[in-house]
Design a protein around this ligand. Structure first.
Ligand SMILES: [Zn+2]
Length: 470
């Protein structure tokens, strides 16, 4: 307790004795003795802070004096550990975790040699459900409280993500050829409409539509996905400007781009860009494109780790961030980034930014990296009034990170420690909507033995098929 806190406590005690403060108000959960990083606009922190939760919302946040004003059945002493907003993963394909680690040994064309045959032979509703659950568990254990997903049978993904207890913004894929859950080209749009109607009012799941990419969806069908999203008021998720030759691919494969136009200009001319769009990658863009993204309020999911690992270029993320584009961090799928945490991605974002276009170590300092991992993601999804920071009235999505671990010490600057020293395993406890998802590194809502049985059956089958691919 510092001098001010001590003075406040004395005043409160005096008022209480005089009868001018009523008995402590009842709450559901109090996290106390935490190093709270609120990530609010004023960058407020409380070194010995408390967070009071009622239902799914934060009702008070401040110092230890809150303990005199509130009582709760569940009080967690955070032991000085960091309490921060849940991290937001802006781009993933959760169920591909069933294929993680395959085709890693210098394969010439991994997409055609591994991805497509694996998906064609192995994908099923069951694999998608069980694998999504596995990836959601790994995400939760690393402090990710919202994962953005683009895949097939998203209703199964929705069941899995919500069963683990984290949030999902889940986009049903639309593309111009037959896929596992749509026999006809673009059949994903009708699937998306059914999925959206079924899941629209779920407390954890935000259903969305996900046109795969500009070169796999024709302009007419892009417009149709936009119309669906506008009608249902849901997000659109899409890979955009991921490839250096994307403009030529669009011209060749959907015959739609005018000479000299960038991908961003092409999409803008179509009327496709808006604040409901979250674009993954956005690697090959110039200053003019960035100005358009900003003007249209497009959210950007930056995946520096996956992009670096697959040698697909590096995005000018720090330029977008400084230009005021709503940008957050993503892992991309488990076949291209392997780990499901955002903690490692913060470090990659700094490394990539600082080495691009001539080195400059000032780019993306630690606070900005933690901002991208939390509020940046919330803003990209237009959910910043609900999540992304720890503030009164917002959802109680709280992550507690162990600062007593060897790798976390010394901690002079908590943002630097989070961005550059933390391992996903340092996350101890994860709370979403005021409920425990992970408590002292134990997943609360999943029967792990039952999950492992289903998981083993699926990965055994994948392993057997994968032997035919080498
Ligand atoms: Zn992707």
């Amino acid at each position: 307790m510092n001098a001010i806190e001590r003075a406040q406590a004395i005043v409160l005690l005096a008022l209480f004795a005089a009868g001018s403060v009523s008995a402590a108000e009842q709450a559901d959960l109090i996290v106390t003795n935490a190093y709270v990083l609120t990530m609010d606009d004023q960058r407020t922190t409380y070194k010995r802070g408390s967070i009071v939760v009622q239902g799914d919302k934060i009702v008070a946040i401040g110092g230890q004096d809150l303990l005199a004003r509130y009582k709760a059945d569940t009080v967690i002493d955070a032991n000085g550990n960091i309490a921060m907003p849940g991290m937001i993963n802006l781009h993933n394909h959760l169920s591909m975790i069933a294929f993680r680690g395959l085709g890693e040994n210098g394969v010439q064309n991994r997409l055609f040699q591994f991805f497509f045959p694996l998906e064609k032979s192995q994908l099923s509703r069951e694999l998608i459900r069980v694998a999504a659950r596995h990836a959601a568990i790994e995400s939760a254990l690393s402090g990710v409280t919202l994962v953005t997903d683009m895949y097939y049978h998203e209703d199964e993904v929705a069941r899995s993500v919500s069963s683990v207890g984290i949030r999902g913004v889940l986009g049903e894929t639309v593309m111009g050829f037959p896929v596992v859950d749509a026999k006809e080209p673009y059949g994903g749009l009708a699937y998306a409409e059914r999925f959206i109607k079924e899941w629209k009012n779920d407390p954890l799941v935000t259903p969305a539509v996900a046109p795969h990419a500009p070169y796999t969806v024709s302009p007419e069908w892009l417009i149709k996905t936009k119309e669906l999203a506008d009608r249902e008021d849901v997000p659109i998720l899409m890979h955009i400007a991921e490839k250096r030759t994307e403009a030529e691919m669009v011209a060749r494969d959907v015959g739609a781009i005018a000479e000299g136009k960038s991908i961003i200009e092409y999409l803008d001319d179509l009327g496709f860009l808006s604040d409901r769009l979250v674009a993954a990658h956005v690697t090959y863009v110039d200053e003019q494109d960035i100005a358009i993204l900003k003007k249209r309020g497009v959210g950007v999911g930056h995946n520096p780790k996956a992009n670096s690992r697959s040698a697909s270029g590096s995005s000018p993320a720090w330029i977008m961030y400084e230009a005021g584009v709503d940008i957050g961090l993503g892992t991309d799928g488990p076949m291209s980034s392997n780990q499901m945490d955002i903690i490692n991605v913060m470090g990659y974002a700094a490394i990539v930014a600082r080495n691009r276009n001539g080195p400059d170590t000032r780019r993306l300092p630690p606070y900005d990296l933690v901002y991208m991992a939390t509020m940046g993601g919330a803003r990209a999804l237009d959910m910043e009034d609900q999540i992304g920071s720890l503030e009164v009235g917002k959802k109680a999505d709280i992550v507690i990170v162990d600062i007593h671990a060897v790798n976390m010490q010394p901690m002079y600057d908590p943002y630097a420690t989070l961005a550059f020293s933390t391992y996903p395993q340092n996350v101890r406890t994860v709370i979403v909507d005021g409920k425990f998802v992970v408590r002292d590194r134990v997943v609360e809502n999943v029967d792990m033995a039952a999950h492992e049985k289903e998981w083993t059956a699926i990965t055994d089958s994948v392993a057997e098929f994968a032997e035919t691919l080498e």
